[in-house]
Design a protein around this ligand. Structure first.
Ligand code: SF4
Ligand code: SF4
Length: 371
């Protein structure tokens, strides 16, 4: 994740979260966890990398879920992203959320929002999760086309309003493709209107239901254009100063922004220090994912690369795995990433290297600095 605003402009915006990440990493070797609690989903989005819809037959039950929370607490209280599928389809979701918060973790609930009415919003607010991120892909017509469910845009926007009415912190999350990248400024307009404090833009990884949509991934040139818009029209626009810009699955965007802002006369020394401290590589630096059936993964985008299963091994032991350790060291990278002077700040996207070359250590084909 690349937090553009806190990295370059508002140094204190994410300070608390970052300190917690580092503290957790120092204590147990894990900084953040994305826990996909189910593959059940009521939407059928075109791009869904999990091809979510039906739950697995062997998803963790409540007791196993509570044991996992206990393990994460003992490990060092990493930042916990609770995601799906649609997490609200689990009967025990409020128990999971509340127990995770009570365990002292910073908990972010990620949902499509369509199941949130007044009663559900009250229940979520009662759990005291740190914030809730809901998916929106563009204006109403486009969003409903993308999710393939008519009325989903209205329901999600209404959910954001209901959560804000309960003083909850909210964020908008999206996946960017060739079909919707022109709508990204609209998402910031909407975020401002709804008082959201973050817009998360994740690059499209063509796997799962999106595996036949490879051509929908943005080219490197289009990503550069998008970054110029994000920097010039959003980051440097005072009207959006309360909204964090978070970019997922695209670490070289941090280096692109750094070079561009330096060219514009900004002092980027602080950002360099922060990037070095917490290399924005999604895997190998204390980041893990847990699948609905308890697999410990390097990334939720890499469901076949498992470090073990929580039913059989402690996370503390699973991360002693050589692959996990080697990925954390940028000196092991190959190709342009291996030779790059920014590799200790960036590291490239290991997921895209894997899908392009079948090798986690290869160069990032989506580098927008050198390709
Ligand atoms: S992208 Fe999210 S909301 Fe859409 S089908 Fe997949 S899990 Fe469900
Ligand atoms: S070559 Fe690799 S490490 Fe260097 S900026 Fe590009 S993606 Fe990042």
């Amino acid at each position: 994740m690349v937090h553009l605003r806190s990295l370059f402009i508002e140094r204190d915006l994410m300070r608390e979260a970052e300190e917690r990440v580092l503290e957790s990493y120092r204590r147990g070797g894990v900084s953040s966890v994305i826990w996909t609690v189910t593959y059940a989903c009521n939407l059928r989005c075109r791009h869904c990398y999990e091809a979510a819809g039906s739950p697995l037959s062997n998803e963790l039950d409540t007791e196993e879920a509570l044991n996992l929370i206990k393990e994460l607490r003992e490990l060092g209280k990493p930042i916990l992203f609770i995601s799906g599928g649609e997490p609200l389809l689990r009967d025990d979701i409020y128990i999971i959320l509340k127990e995770s918060v009570d365990a002292g973790m910073r908990v972010i609930l990620s949902s499509n929002g369509t199941l949130i009415d007044d009663i559900v919003a009250d229940k979520i607010a009662d759990t005291k999760v740190h914030y809730v991120a809901l998916s929106i892909y563009g204006p109403e017509k486009f969003h409903d086309y993308f999710t393939r469910v008519l009325g989903s845009f209205r329901r999600t926007v209404n959910a954001l309003r209901l959560l804000r009415e309960r003083s909850m912190k909210i964020g908008i999350k999206t996946t960017v493709t060739r079909e919707n990248y022109r709508h990204i400024p609209y998402l910031f307009y909407l975020a401002k209107k709804l008082e959201a404090s973050l817009v998360y833009i994740c690059d499209f990884i063509p796997i799962g239901r999106g595996s036949n949509m490879e051509k929908m991934a943005l080219s490197n040139m289009e990503w550069r254009r998008l970054m110029d818009i994000l920097i010039e029209d959003i980051l440097l626009n005072n009207g959006y100063r309360d909204i964090e810009i978070d970019i997922g699955a695209h670490p070289s965007t941090a280096i692109y922004a750094l070079l561009k802002l330096r060219e514009l006369g900004f002092n980027v020394d602080h950002a360099i220090q922060r990037l070095r401290l917490k290399r924005e590589n999604p895997i190998g630096q204390g980041f893990i994912s847990i699948s609905p059936s308890g697999d410990i993964l390097l990334s939720n985008f890499l469901p076949s690369i498992k470090l073990g299963n929580i039913r059989e091994i402690r996370i503390r032991d699973a991360i002693k795995n050589d692959l996990y350790r080697l990925l954390g060291d940028s000196n092991n990278l190959k190709g342009i990433c291996g030779k790059c002077s920014y590799r200790h700040l960036c590291g490239g996207c290991r997921v895209k290297a894997y899908y392009k070359y079948g090798d986690l250590f290869e160069e990032d084909p989506s580098c927008i600095v050198y390709r």
